[in-house]
Design a binder for this molecule. Structure first.
Ligand SMILES: Cc1ncc(COP(=O)(O)O)c(C=O)c1O
Length: 388
């Protein structure tokens, strides 16, 4: 039996048309009409200007530089995330301070943030910026977070790598803070094989990021540089893939949500397995379908479940390993971390590709059920109610 992967690319069908145009016109570098159109189409969707880059990590790097992060600074960041959220802090010679998650959202806990700000303000040592991550397709609770950041005058970079298509109070993820980073890595809800976008209401910042992403080449014929630059621009070929993918983003959101809720229905009679909370304040894309396993009720541990799935040719993964547990970040300051540790120990990400067939999903559901000692289902809910 073929292996069922965690999250794979899912083309809409029109991508090759745009890629072919790039070949036909020989726009095969980091300039060209696909790039211009992709940025324009992204801007139309989000409502803020954007620059297409080589990765989401590059977008975070440039975003932090725009916020003035440099040597000696501290940057607050949730501990429960992927390392790419905070690695750019170190690229810039600054230090991350890791903050715990809220059980209710799995995202940054506003109460922990408030405590951390209060303590730092007492020592006159406020961070240069906050990175807020929208995990697995769900926005963090941005109203209290933004209110606190405004009160303490700390700018916010949204790491929306996993949350394209999500909303908070009907506003799109990536338009809530000062700057946002998106990723089009191959496992994301839409992909350019690899790539990212930096978006911001501040058009001057977006232009500055564009300048830095092209080695900060000053205007004129001579190769003159008065600032440090990077080779971070997206290619016009990949932007063609992005154009086709953007056209099907809404479908992909619906498909990923339906997968998560179908799993939810498939496990409804099992104790000890709970879908990641769906906060009432917005639309959770469920980029990955994540569940928390309570071994006592479920009848098997999270790790045994991963192993049982692996033996049945199903790829699953633990929830992100918190940054404060990473050897590279040992010694960094943190506030709390127990919630993130618990989610890491008990959380599992199940196959979530938007192309996952109903038959394959039934296989996953029944292997999870078997691991819990429950009888298999004959079929899955066609249209899970909760997704409507
Ligand atoms: C939370 C988070 N931030 C940043 C990134 C980095 O994006 P990229 O792989 O495009 O550099 C990713 C995904 O890879 C991510 O999941």
């Amino acid at each position: 039996m073929k292996r069922i992967p965690l999250s794979i690319p899912h083309m809409g069908g029109r991508e090759p048309i745009y890629v072919e145009q790039a070949f036909a016109t020989n726009w095969l570098s980091t300039v060209g009409p696909n790039l211009t159109s992709f940025e324009e189409e992204f801007k139309n969707r989000l409502g803020v200007p954007a620059v297409a880059l080589a990765s989401g990590t590059a977008a975070i790097h440039l975003g932090l530089r725009l916020l003035g992060v440099g040597p000696g600074d501290e940057v607050f960041c949730p501990t429960l995330t992927f390392a790419a959220s905070c690695n750019p802090v170190r690229y810039l010679g600054a230090e991350p301070v890791f903050l715990d998650s809220d059980q209710a959202t799995w995202n940054l806990d506003p109460n922990i943030l408030e405590d951390a700000f209060r303590e730092r303000a007492r020592h006159n040592r406020l961070p240069r910026a906050l990175i807020v991550v929208h995990l697995y397709g769900q926005c963090a609770d941005m109203d209290p977070i933004l209110w606190l950041c405004r009160s303490y005058d700390v700018p916010v970079l949204e790491d929306a790598a996993e949350a394209l298509g999500a909303t908070y109070q009907e506003r799109p993820a990536g338009t809530l803070g000062d700057i946002a980073a998106f990723s089009f890595n191959g496992n994301k809800i839409i992909t350019t094989t690899g790539g990212g976008i930096l978006a911001s209401r501040n058009a001057t910042w977006v232009e500055k990021a564009r300048f830095w992403s092209q080695q900060s080449r000053d205007p004129g014929l001579a190769y003159e540089h008065s600032e440090l630059g990077y080779n971070y621009r997206m290619s016009n070929v990949l932007a063609g893939i992005g154009r086709g993918q953007l056209e099907v983003l809404d479908q992909r959101v619906e498909q990923r949500r339906a997968i998560a809720f179908r799993y939810g229905d498939g496990f409804a009679d099992l104790p000890g397995i709970t879908l990641m909370p769906q906060a009432p304040y917005g639309l959770h894309t469920n980029w990955l379908s994540c569940f928390r396993i309570d071994a006592d009720g479920f009848g098997c541990s999270r790790d045994s479940l991963i192993q049982a799935l692996d033996e049945a040719n199903v790829e699953s993964r633990p929830v992100w390993k918190p940054m404060h547990l990473q050897p590279y970040y040992a010694g960094c300051e943190r506030r709390g971390g127990e919630v993130a540790e618990d989610l890491f120990r008990r959380g599992i990400c199940l196959p979530s590709s938007s192309s996952l067939s109903r038959q394959d999903q039934l296989h996953v559901v029944n292997r999870v059920r078997a691991a819990a000692g429950a009888s298999p289902l004959a079929e899955l809910t066609l249209e899970p109610l909760a997704a409507a």
